[in-house]
Ligand binder design. Structure first.
Ligand SMILES: Cc1cc2nc3c(=O)[nH]c(=O)nc-3n(C[C@H](O)[C@H](O)[C@H](O)COP(=O)(O)OP(=O)(O)OC[C@H]3O[C@@H](n4cnc5c(N)ncnc54)[C@H](O)[C@@H]3O)c2cc1C
Length: 393
């Protein structure tokens, strides 16, 4: 059995498990769970995406869905069953609360606003503040906004980039696996498998039809608690609101390296379309699955790719990626520089320090996958409690 993921995943109690295989059959990923010595077991942990179908299917309640594992904790904000945080009036929906997947985000966004609709009815209105301010326009924020529009609430939605959230950053034509979901003002979406482009089209169609307005390119930066309401500060202004839905995901802002030349337009933090490159000298920085997958897809498009990672081994990547990387390395399809640091990016080349030596590497493009700045500091700054979970429910 490989190491348990830190994202939401099942923990099976062997004392309760009767080996019914209901969990194995229910898992949409097919290869995550299996039987070991007649008991259910997590056999391919890195493939678990936290659907949770196993827990629902277990006839004896032997499965608990947990975050983190014994070795590695994961930060999860405190959220009540009504999606409210420890700060009364501040709600969290979508992946920020720890549950990934488009369908979960859509469901939580809708449910959070349905609760708010009842909640604010009982609250005295002190000013002409908004009923709800929704931060983020990924699946959770879009769904929350549509629910607010449907309920006739006075609301505003702000998004630091553009509508779509994490979906916008999927590679071109990526197949999106999902489950039927209920989008306010639209109804049931029955697709199980779609593409990035079709899903974005579906969302923008619903937004257009409903007349929903989203303030794009506007980032929430601060919050002040006032009696009975909040003052939200953004990059474009200030708003008074009675409640807030934080639907800001967990990808956060891409972490930068802080090296000279990082501001050049040839530097990116996500790879949307590997096929746009052919015959280019490309440096990819990072040691996780996204860096490795980007490196391999760029190399397979006929580019000269160098993967630079500061660690001494790529120990976090999925076994399948490791096999493919080893094969590509043995066929000399790409270069791997471990224990290396990108020091400077220039118009035509870059300086990489490896084993204490500075080397000039020809360069047309740089892709940096150094993770995201998780919004934990932001959350704590506005008073939302964040707990580290080590394999707990
Ligand atoms: C590569 C990849 C592949 C995936 N594949 C699948 C799949 O096949 N099926 C599936 O179901 N799920 C998939 N997922 C997961 C899915 O995309 C996410 O779980 C889902 O998008 C979460 O939705 P969300 O609305 O909670 O957050 P997000 O989609 O992350 O949206 C959050 C939004 O908030 C905005 N924001 C953040 N901070 C601020 C701020 N301070 N002010 C204003 N706006 C802010 C962000 O710009 C962003 O647009 C995948 C994810 C990735 C990264």
């Amino acid at each position: 059995m490989n190491e348990e993921p830190t994202t939401l995943h099942p923990k099976i109690d062997p004392a309760l498990c009767i080996g019914s295989t209901a969990c194995v059959k229910a898992c949409p990923q097919h290869d995550v769970l299996g039987l070991i010595s007649g008991r259910g077991a997590l056999i391919n942990a890195t493939h678990c995406v936290g659907h949770g179908a196993c827990a629902a299917a277990c006839p004896v309640g032997a499965i608990t869905l947990v975050f983190g594992n014994e070795k590695r904790g994961v930060d999860i904000p405190y959220v009540s069953p009504n999606f409210e945080t420890n700060v009364k009036g501040i709600f969290i929906a979508g992946e920020l609360g720890g549950m990934g997947l488009v369908r979960n985000a859509v469901t939580q966004g809708r449910q959070a606003v349905e609760y708010i609709t009842c909640f604010i009815k009982d609250k005295k209105k002190s000013s002409d503040a908004y009923d709800v301010l929704i931060v983020g326009a990924g699946p959770a924020g879009i769904s929350a906004s549509l629910a607010a529009q449907k309920a006739g609430l006075k609301f505003i939605t702000i998004e630091q980039n553009d509508i779509g959230g994490a979906i916008l950053h999927y590679p071109r034509h990526k197949i999106v696996m999902t489950q039927p979901m209920d989008l306010p003002l639209h109804g049931k979406i029955k697709v199980r498998e779609t593409t990035k482009e079709s899903l974005l089209e579906l969302f923008s169609g619903v937004i257009q039809k409903s007349g929903l307005k989203v303030n794009t390119n506007e980032k929430m930066t601060a919050l002040t608690e006032l009696p009975g309401e909040f003052k939200v500060t953004t990059t474009k202004g200030e708003y008074l609101t009675r409640t807030i839905v934080l639907a800001i995901g967990r990808r956060g802002t891409p972490r930068k390296l802080g090296v000279p030349g990082e501001e050049l337009t040839k530097v990116s933090y996500s790879l949307l379309d590997p096929e746009q490159h052919k015959g280019h000298d490309i440096i990819v920085v990072g040691g996780g699955d996204s860096a490795v997958e980007a490196t391999m897809s760029l190399a397979s498009c006929g580019n000269r790719v160098t993967l630079s990672y500061r660690g001494d081994a790529l120990s976090r990547i999925k076994p399948g990626n490791k096999d493919r990387l080893d094969k590509a390395l043995s066929e000399k399809k790409l270069s791997l520089l471990l224990n290396s640091n990108l020091k400077e990016i220039r118009e035509k080349d870059a300086q990489i320090e490896a084993d204490g030596k500075l080397t000039k590497v020809p360069n047309d493009f740089v892709y940096i996958f150094a993770g995201g700045e998780l919004p934990n500091d932001f959350l704590r700054g506005i008073g939302v409690k964040v707990e580290k979970k080590f394999g707990t429910a």
